[in-house]
Design a protein around this ligand. Structure first.
Ligand code: RIB
Length: 309
């Protein structure tokens, strides 16, 4: 694999409406907040694309935004990050996707996504993006099944390894029928949604992995366990990789940057264990800052962080 792998990200683009609150209001309750709010670039696909680009990958992003002001400024932002934006399509029929995100004091978030133009990402869009001959495909499930399915089929047909961030748990997508994958990575919530097993202890981690492994054609499963780090299953053994202790202010996009880093480091080194440790560092750094794309670390910061921790 070349030192600077070319990663095609097929996925969503959103503008995040973020409210930082003391606590979630109860039903029927109104809270006057002393927190803050803002509009921040996000979307699982775009977050992963920018994360990989900031770490040093060559990134091609295939996504749809509205032809509105948000869509135009997001495309410019990706291009400023060095991303190939030829397949960022401005859709005339729909608005840019919007996520409403509530972040509590402890950094935990609750997200509602209004997909907008993301709903129109098609197999034709994906087919065009594959003309760039990527080294790897990185996907999430915030895109329509048609696009996810086409992307995996095209990648499989040309032996391009497929990396799946299994979030959000999407009813439209049947994980049992996905094609050949290199890595499948759900977070705790998604692992539970797919298997009905709560990732509460090591015994359950392995039960989740065995369940997923029996249903997927996959080489590695990597469970994202938040502040606990991650758990790798390689088809024989399971291994936990504890994370770094940091002061979490906002967990938004930590999963996206984790999977992007996992993909990038695995492609670069060919070593899944060092990829898990590197991804832990990137995920940990992401939670120390507010917002999705604004919180994604650059390669230099990650090197420094690993050296000092
Ligand atoms: O994973 C975080 C992302 O999920 C946010 O940026 C939001 O847009 C939703 O897609």
């Amino acid at each position: 694999m070349p030192p600077k792998p070319r990663i095609l990200v097929v996925g969503s683009t959103n503008i995040d409406f973020v409210t930082m609150v003391e606590r979630i209001p109860a039903c029927g309750e109104t809270i006057i907040s002393e927190g803050s709010y803002g509009f921040v670039p996000g979307g699982k696909g775009a977050n992963s694309a920018v994360a990989a680009a900031r770490l040093g990958a060559d990134v091609i992003l295939c996504t749809r935004t509205g032809s509105d002001t948000y869509g135009k400024s997001l495309k410019k932002l990706y291009s400023d990050e060095g991303i190939d934006t030829r397949f960022v399509i401005h859709d005339k029929q729909a608005n840019t996707g919007l996520s409403s995100i509530i972040v509590e004091r402890n950094g935990n978030n609750r997200i509602t996504v209004f997909p907008g133009a993301n709903k129109n990402l098609s197999s034709d869009d994906v087919e065009e993006a594959f003309t760039t001959y990527p080294d790897a495909l990185l996907l999430q499930f915030e895109a329509p099944y048609e696009a996810v399915d086409a992307a995996i089929k095209l990648a499989n047909a040309s032996d391009v390894p497929v990396f799946v961030d299994a979030g959000p748990a999407n009813q439209e997508i049947n994980i049992n029928t996905l094609g050949k994958l290199e890595i499948f990575s759900p977070n705790e919530k998604e692992a539970f949604e797919y298997t009905g097993i709560s990732p509460t202890n090591a015994e359950n981690y392995i039960r989740i992995c065995l369940d997923l492994y029996s249903r997927l054609d996959v080489k590695y499963i990597v469970l994202k366990l938040g502040e606990k780090g991650c758990y790798l299953y390689d088809g024989h053994l399971g291994e936990a990789f504890p994370s770094y202790h940091v002061n979490a202010v906002d967990t938004t996009a930590a999963g996206d940057s984790f999977t992007a880093a996992l993909t990038y480091e695995y492609l670069r080194s060919g070593n899944i264990r060092s990829a898990c440790m590197y991804a832990n560092a990137v995920g940990a750094l992401t939670v120390t800052k507010n917002g999705a794309i604004p919180s994604l670390p650059k390669e230099k910061e990650v090197i420094e962080f690993i050296k000092n921790n």
